[in-house]
Structure formats: structure tokens, C-alpha cells
Design a protein around this ligand. Structure first.
Ligand code: PLP
Length: 394
């Protein structure tokens, strides 16, 4: 028998493991020091009360013969699909019922969606990038070309007509850089994809953080995107569902390649390989989209946004170049004094007892940059900023 040898091309997932191991070693050697983590990509605020109430009520439904639920509909309960459609209508996007596919999160769908594409497609991935896009394509043996995101283009690279890609990954607001494309910039990507017959895989996991009216919260706000894009979204960051697990993928019916509807292919794939998201989770997800749920989720986002503003103010006062922090929980800073990403990591840990994520772990263009997150505790974030500023002003 043969194994899938493409797996042997994958690099070890050493970034977060090394961050954790270095942090642990430092804390063990200096038990008197309080280490603050601005490295976490996970949320820390508890679920909204409206969500918790819905989960309890759903658990009670499962306890009664009359309301018990077994297997649910393949693509999500109608009450959730309709809530998602109403959420999109507020963004000015009309979705048909069968264009929305409820999932257990964006990470799984980022990988799963590749089932519907041929292995000989050329994949365009920005660098730096959320590592899942690269690894899932390497596993399938696809060729990848990298698109340079850098300080010159504000970490928002634009299409190059000379690059003949078939699948294009865009993540906006971006992990790790926090940069967000404007509607006009996304329009240029939509034109590129339509001219080439390419498909954009648009990761909107951080859309709820967008405040700038010039930026989009869905690629379908751009005219023509329904003919060239698939949108992957998640309640992980919107509503703190990282541990609950619920997301959704939008595959428009207007998206046709090689005379075949990608919506039909995805429906076929999902009904074959996926058995849906639990009833309790879908009730919780529907509560996110209720008036009360939305208000409570916005309060949590406002909390993180304050942290982001605090970090941004600190970087501004130090004259350090950065992107993000406005439409995103991530800030992507240039390492001061020409340090490499790992040099800055080590010095920040030793001098300020603060942990962040080295940019070089997200790709070649991440070298010399560093990711800080706003997902932490407010008082700790303020303290981390004070320490970092005191160290760098020395
Ligand atoms: N997409 C991006 C860009 C992310 O940063 C993350 C998680 O950090 C995900 C997707 C995964 O989201 P989920 O929790 O829905 O799997």
C-alpha cells in the first residue's frame, strides 16, 4: 500500500509549540515574574447570556420525547439558515436558502472545500498567511504560488495579471496581519477572478470586527462576486464559539466552472462526508443572530476593540509601524531596532515578560514582524503595553 506522501512535505507545526515551550521554560526559571500572553488567537470572554439560555433550552428539548432531535438536515436547521440569511440581508447581500451550508467551523471547511477542486489547479496564497491554506493544499499535492504581502502594499497584495492562478485565498480582516481590504480593492480581485475563471476562497472569520465603512464584511457586497467566490465564515470570533464549534460556508448558485455548479458539488460532498452540527449548537448559533445576542456579542467585541486600541496607542507612542487593530483583533508590528521575529520574541519575554507571536511563523514575508492580539484581559493588556513601552524607551 501507499501512504499519501504529500504529508511528508509539511513542515512541523512548530510555531505555537515553540512559543508555548519557550514561555513555559521562562516562567519555570522565573516563578516570581508574571508573564502576560498577547499571543493568544483564542477568545477569552464567556458566551453571551442569550446564547447560554438557548443552549439550556435546546438541552431540555433533547430531554423530552416530543422535542427530541436525531439527525438534523444535512446543511443546517431552517431556523439557523434563515437567521444567517437575515444577517447577510443587513449587509445588503441576498442569499438563497440553499446557498448557505452550516458547518462546525471555518477551519474544517477551509480544508474540506478543496474536495470539489481538481488537484492540478494552481493555488495563490498570500504570504504571510493563516497556515491552514498552505498545508491543506500541500496535503492534496497542489502547486502553490505565493503572493507577497509587505510593508509597501500595507500587507494587502493586489492581483498580478501575469500570475495565472485557479484558486485564490483571501482573508480579510487578515490573520495574522489584521489588515482589511476595502470594497474597491476586493473589486479588483473579483475582476481578476472573473477574467481568469478562478475561484476566490474568501475567509471572513473576522468580519464582525470591521468598523471602516470602506471595508467589506462579506465579499458578496462586491458586484459579480457571486460568480467567482465562496465565503467561509465562523462564529468563533464573532460570538466566542471557538469551543462550541459552528460556522457556515456560502456557495452561490451562480458559481459555475466547467459547466458544473459548485453549489451542487459542495452539497453532494457535504451530504456524503458530513453529518451536520448538533441541534444544541445550532440553537446557540441562532441565538447569536437574535437582537439580544447581537447586542451582547457586540459588547464582547467592544471589549477586545478597547484592548486593540490600547496596543495601537502604545505602538503609536513608540513610533513603531504596524497594521491592523482597527478592523481586527490582531496587530502586526514591525520589530524595532531591526530585530528578527524570534529575537524580538526572546527580548520581549525577557525584558517585559510579555509573549507575542513571531511573524516569521506565518511565512517568509513575516520575518521581522510580530503579531499581538487583543483577545486578552483588559488590565493585563494595559500592563503588557506599559512594560513593553518602558523597555523600548530605555
Ligand atoms: N480562518 C482564520 C483566518 C482563522 O484565524 C481561524 C482561527 O483562528 C479560522 C479560520 C478557524 O475558525 P474556526 O474556529 O471556525 O475553525
Amino acid at each position: 500500500m501507499n501512504i499519501n506522501r504529500n504529508f511528508l512535505q509539511l513542515k512541523d507545526g512548530y510555531l505555537f509549540a515553540t512559543v508555548a515551550q519557550k514561555t513555559k521554560a521562562y516562567a519555570a526559571a522565573h516563578p516570581e515574574k508574571k508573564v502576560i500572553r498577547l499571543s493568544i488567537g483564542d477568545v477569552t470572554r464567556p458566551l453571551a447570556p442569550a446564547v447560554i439560555r438557548a443552549m439550556h433550552a435546546a438541552a431540555d428539548d433533547m430531554a423530552r420525547k416530543e422535542t427530541f432531535k436525531g439527525y438534523g438536515p444535512d446543511f443546517g436547521y431552517a431556523f439557523l439558515v434563515d437567521a444567517i440569511r437575515a444577517y447577510y440581508r443587513e449587509k445588503g447581500v441576498c442569499l438563497d436558502y440553499d446557498e448557505v451550508f452550516v458547518s462546525d467551523g471555518a477551519k474544517s471547511d477551509c480544508g474540506n472545500i478543496l474536495d470539489i477542486f481538481g488537484e492540478d489547479n494552481l493555488v495563490l496564497v498570500p504570504d504571510p498567511v493563516y497556515p491552514v491554506y498552505v498545508d491543506t493544499n500541500l496535503m492534496a499535492g497542489r502547486r502553490i504560488v505565493y503572493l507577497n504581502a509587505n510593508e509597501q502594499n500595507g500587507f494587502l497584495p493586489m492581483p498580478d495579471p501575469a500570475v495565472k492562478a485557479d484558486i485564490v485565498y483571501l482573508c480579510s480582516p487578515n490573520n495574522p496581519t489584521g489588515a482589511a481590504y476595502t470594497r474597491e480593492q476586493l473589486s479588483a480581485w473579483v475582476s481578476y477572478a472573473r477574467e481568469r475563471g478562478a475561484v476566490i476562497l474568501y475567509d471572513a472569520a473576522y468580519e464582525f470586527f470591521v468598523t471602516d465603512p470602506a471595508c467589506c464584511r462579506s465579499i458578496f457586497e462586491v458586484e459579480g462576486a457571486e460568480e467567482c467566490a465562496i465565503e467561509l465564515c465562523s462564529l468563533s470570533k464573532t460570538a466566542g464559539f471557538t469551543g462550541v464549534r459552528c460556522g457556515y460556508t456560502v456557495v452561490p448558485k451562480a458559481l459555475v466552472r466547467g459547466g458544473v455548479s459548485l453549489n451542487k458539488l459542495w452539497a453532494r460532498r457535504q451530504s456524503t462526508k458530513f453529518n451536520g452540527v448538533s441541534y444544541v449548537t445550532q440553537c446557540a448559533a441562532a441565538a447569536v443572530f437574535s437582537e439580544e445576542g447581537m447586542r451582547e456579542c457586540r459588547e464582547n467585541i467592544a471589549y477586545y476593540r478597547k484592548n486593540a486600541a490600547c496596543i495601537a496607542a502604545c505602538l503609536d507612542s513608540l513610533g513603531i509601524w504596524y497594521t491592523g487593530g482597527k478592523n481586527s483583533p490582531y496587530l502586526w508590528m514591525k520589530c524595532p531596532q531591526g530585530m528578527t521575529s524570534w529575537e524580538f520574541f526572546d527580548r520581549l519575554l525577557e525584558e517585559a515578560n510579555v509573549v507575542g507571536t513571531p511573524g516569521s511563523g506565518f511565512g517568509r514575508n513575516g520575518e521581522g514582524y510580530f503579531r499581538l492580539t487583543a483577545f486578552g484581559d483588559a488590565a493585563e493588556t494595559e500592563e503588557a503595553c506599559r512594560r513593553m513601552a518602558a523597555w523600548l524607551r530605555k
